[in-house]
Ligand binder design. Structure first.
Ligand SMILES: Nc1ncnc2c1ncn2[C@@H]1O[C@H](COP(=O)(O)OP(=O)(O)OP(=O)(O)O)[C@@H](O)[C@H]1O
Length: 588
C-alpha cells in the first residue's frame, strides 16, 4: 500500500479544522501562554544589559535590587506560563484525537464490504492508532511551537536590532540559509515519511495476519517463512527510518552550525565595537544572551518541521479512509417491509460484477417462498456467496433487483432490512466477549430468555451450560478456545435470535458433524417454521434437508426443484452431488 505523497499535505491538516473548532479557545490560549513565556525569556537579557551598563559599569548598586527582582519575576512568569500551556492543551488534544478516532471507526462500519476486501487491516489499524497519535502530538505540541517559535525568532531578531542593528543583521544573515535548507529538507522528508508510515502499516498487517492465522501457520510449519517475511519488512522499514535520520542529520548540522557561527561573529564585531567605543559591554552580553535564547526556537525548527511533515502524512492517510465512498446507504425515499409480510424472497434478473472482475451473476431469477428452505448449490466459485450477500445488501446488485415481500431491498432502511434478514457466514467470527454478548449481537434488546431460546434452536444450549461460567463465559479472541462446530452454533444462535423473516446461511454448518448438523437444521425448521431460508450447501446431507434446491451455473440458475426431481432429471446436478459426496467421504 505504498504511495508517494500527494501535494497538499498541509491541506489535509487544514481539514482537521472542524475538529479543532470546539477547542480553539484553549488551543489559542495555550499558544498565547507559550508566546508570552518566550517574551518573558527574551526580556531578561534587556534587564541584564541594564545591570551591566548601570550598576556594574558605574559601580553603583542602588538600583540593583529592582533589576534583580525583575529578572526573578520574569523567570517565574516564564515558568508559570509554560506550565499553563501544558494544562490548557492536554484536554483538547486528547479530545480531538478521540473524536477523530470515533468518526473513523464509525466510517469503517459504514463502508461496504468491497472497501474492506481491498484494504489490508494492518493499514487501517496503523491509521486508527499511530497516525492519530501523531496528529494529537502535533496539536498538543509541534503545531503550537511551530507558530510560537517562528514568532519568537521574529521578536528575538527585533530585540537584537533594537539592541544593535549590526548584531541583528549578523543573526539575520546567518539564519537565511536555513530557510533554503529547510525547503529542500521538506520535500525529501515528506517522501520518506509517507513511505515509513505505509511500511509501518504493512508490518502491522503481517503481525495481525500471523496472530489470527497462528494455527494454520503452526500446522504447516510456516512460522519461519513468515518470520523471514516479517524480518524483510522490518529491514525495509529500518532502511527508510535510517534515510529519514540521514536527512534530519544534515538539517541538524546546519541548524547547529549557523547560529554558532552567528554568535562567533557577534563576539568578534561586538568586541571590536567595545574597543572602538561604539558598543557597550551590556549590549554585547545582552545580544549574545538573546542569540543563545534563540537557539531553542532555531534548533527545534528541524524537529518541528519533521513532526509537521509526519502529521501531514498522517492526516492524508486518515482522510484517504474517511473519503472512501459509502456506497451502500439508506434510501432517500424509504419504503418499509409490510408488517404482515411472510418473507417472500425474490431475485429478478439479478446481475453482479465485482469492481475489478467480470460479471459473476448474469441474470438470476429465483423465488424462495415464505417459510421455505431453499438450498443453493453450484461449483466452487460459481457465485453462491456473492448471491447471498445481495439479500442483506452487503453488496448491491449491478443489475436487476432483490425483493423481500415485494419491496426492493435497496428501498428499505438498512437497519430494518438487517433486522428482517439475518445472515450467518461460513466463517463463524466471534468477538472477545461473553457467550451472551456474542449471541446478543444479533438483537441487542434480547432478554436472557431469548438468548437461551436461540441457543436451544442452534443446539448450543448444552455445551454452553457446560462452560465454566455458562452464558457469562468470555470466549477468547475470535472464540479460538471453542471448537469449530461450537463457534458455528453460536453464530447460528446470533442469526436466529432476532426472529428474522429471512435467514441467509452461507454454509454455516460446514464444521459440524453430520449428526449435529441434522439436529441444528431440524430444530431450525421446527421452531422457525415461518422463516424463509436460503442456504448455501456444500454437502448432500444439507441439500436433503431443504424443501427445494437451486443449481447455480454460469452465473444463472440452471435448474430448480426438489432434490429427488433434480437427481432424476438433471445430469449436471447428479455430477455435482457425486463430487460433493466424494468430498464428504474424504472429510469423514
Ligand atoms: N471481492 C472480490 N473481488 C473480485 N472477485 C471476487 C471477490 N469475491 C469473490 N470473487 C470472485 O467471484 C466469483 C464467485 O465467488 P463466490 O465466493 O461467490 O463463489 P462461491 O460459489 O461461493 O464459491 P465457494 O463454493 O468456493 O464458496 C469467484 O470467481 C471469485 O473469485
Amino acid at each position: 500500500m505504498e504511495s508517494e505523497p500527494k501535494p497538499g499535505g498541509l491541506a489535509a491538516i487544514k481539514r482537521l479544522g472542524p475538529y479543532l473548532r470546539p477547542v480553539r479557545g484553549r488551543v489559542i490560549g495555550s499558544g498565547a501562554a507559550v508566546l508570552c513565556s518566550m517574551i518573558c525569556g527574551l526580556a531578561i537579557p534587556l534587564v541584564v544589559q541594564r545591570i551591566l551598563d548601570g550598576p556594574v559599569a558605574e559601580r553603583d548598586t542602588s538600583g540593583l535590587p529592582w533589576l534583580v527582582l525583575a529578572v526573578a519575576a520574569l523567570g517565574a512568569a516564564e515558568a508559570a506560563l509554560f506550565f499553563t500551556r501544558r494544562r490548557l492543551i492536554s484536554g483538547p488534544s486528547t479530545r480531538v484525537e478521540a473524536a477523530l478516532r470515533a468518526d473513523l471507526y464509525a466510517h469503517l462500519h459504514r463502508l461496504p464490504i468491497a472497501f474492506h476486501d481491498q484494504w489490508q487491516s494492518g493499514q487501517l489499524l496503523s491509521r486508527a492508532v499511530a497516525d492519530l497519535s501523531t496528529i494529537r502530538r502535533f496539536i498538543a505540541f509541534a503545531g503550537i511551537f511551530l507558530v510560537v517559535n517562528s514568532l519568537t525568532m521574529v521578536i528575538g531578531l527585533g530585540v537584537l536590532f533594537f539592541l544593535d542593528p549590526v548584531l541583528g543583521a549578523i543573526t539575520l544573515v546567518c539564519s537565511l540559509p536555513l530557510i533554503v535548507i529547510c525547503t529542500v529538507f521538506e520535500s525529501k522528508y515528506s517522501v520518506l515519511s509517507r513511505r515509513s508510515q505505509d511500511q509501518d502499516g504493512d508490518l502491522a498487517t503481517t503481525v495481525e495476519e500471523s496472530v489470527l492465522g497462528i494455527r494454520v501457520l503452526k500446522a504447516f510449519g510456516r512460522g519461519p517463512d513468515l518470520a523471514r517475511r516479517f524480518a524483510e519488512q522490518a529491514r525495509e522499514l529500518r532502511g527508510t527510518e535510517l534515510a529519514k535520520i540521514n536527512v534530519i542529520a544534515v538539517l541538524w548540522c546546519a541548524i547547529i552550525m549557523l547560529p554558532e557561527l552567528g554568535i562567533a561573529l557577534q563576539l568578534l564585531i561586538g568586541t571590536l565595537g567595545i574597543a572602538n567605543g561604539t558598543m557597550t559591554i551590556g549590549t554585547l552580553v545582552a545580544g549574545i544572551t538573546v542569540a543563545v535564547f534563540l537557539r531553542w526556537p532555531v534548533d527545534s525548527i528541524g524537529w518541528l518541521l519533521a513532526e509537521t511533515n509526519q502529521t501531514a502524512t498522517a492526516a492524508e492517510r486518515y482522510w484517504e479512509v474517511r473519503d472512501a465512498e459509502v456506497t451502500i446507504t439508506d434510501p432517500e425515499h424509504p419504503r418499509h417491509l409490510p408488517a404482515d409480510g411472510r418473507g417472500l424472497l425474490r431475485f429478478e434478473d439479478v446481475r453482479f460484477a465485482y469492481p475489478n472482475g467480470s460479471e459473476v451473476l448474469r441474470g438470476i431469477d429465483l423465488e424462495v417462498r415464505p417459510g421455505e428452505t431453499l438450498a443453493l448449490v453450484g461449483a466452487t466459485g460459481s457465485g453462491k456467496t456473492t448471491l447471498t450477500a445481495l439479500v442483506a445488501r452487503l453488496a448491491d446488485v449491478t443489475g436487476g433487483r432483490v425483493t423481500v415481500d415485494g419491496v426492493d431491498v435497496r428501498d428499505v432502511p438498512l437497519a430494518e432490512l438487517r433486522e428482517q434478514v439475518a445472515t450467518a457466514f461460513e466463517d463463524a467470527v466471534l468477538f472477545s466477549a461473553s457467550v451472551a454478548e456474542n449471541v446478543r449481537l444479533g438483537c441487542p434488546d434480547a432478554s436472557p430468555d431469548d438468548v437461551r431460546t436461540a441457543l436451544r434452536i442452534a443446539q448450543a444450549e448444552k455445551f454452553v451450560a457446560e462452560l465454566p461460567w455458562g452464558l457469562d463465559t468470555r470466549i477468547g479472541e475470535e472464540g479460538l478456545s471453542l471448537s469449530g462446530g461450537q463457534r458455528q452454533r453460536l453464530a447460528l444462535a446470533r442469526a436466529v435470535i432476532g426472529r428474522p423473516k429471512v435467514l441467509v446461511l452461507d454454509d454455516p454448518l460446514s464444521a459440524l458433524d453430520v449428526q449435529t448438523e441434522a439436529e441444528v437444521e431440524h430444530a431450525l425448521r421446527s421452531v422457525l417454521s415461518g422463516v424463509t431460508a436460503l442456504v448455501v450447501a456444500h454437502r448432500p446431507s444439507t441439500v436433503q434437508l431443504a424443501d427445494r434446491v437451486a443449481l447455480l451455473d454460469g452465473g444463472r440458475i440452471a435448474a430448480v426443484g426438489t432434490h429427488s426431481d433434480l437427481l432424476a432429471t438433471n445430469a449436471a446436478y447428479r455430477n455435482l452431488l457425486s463430487t460433493m459426496d466424494a468430498e464428504e467421504r474424504t472429510r469423514v
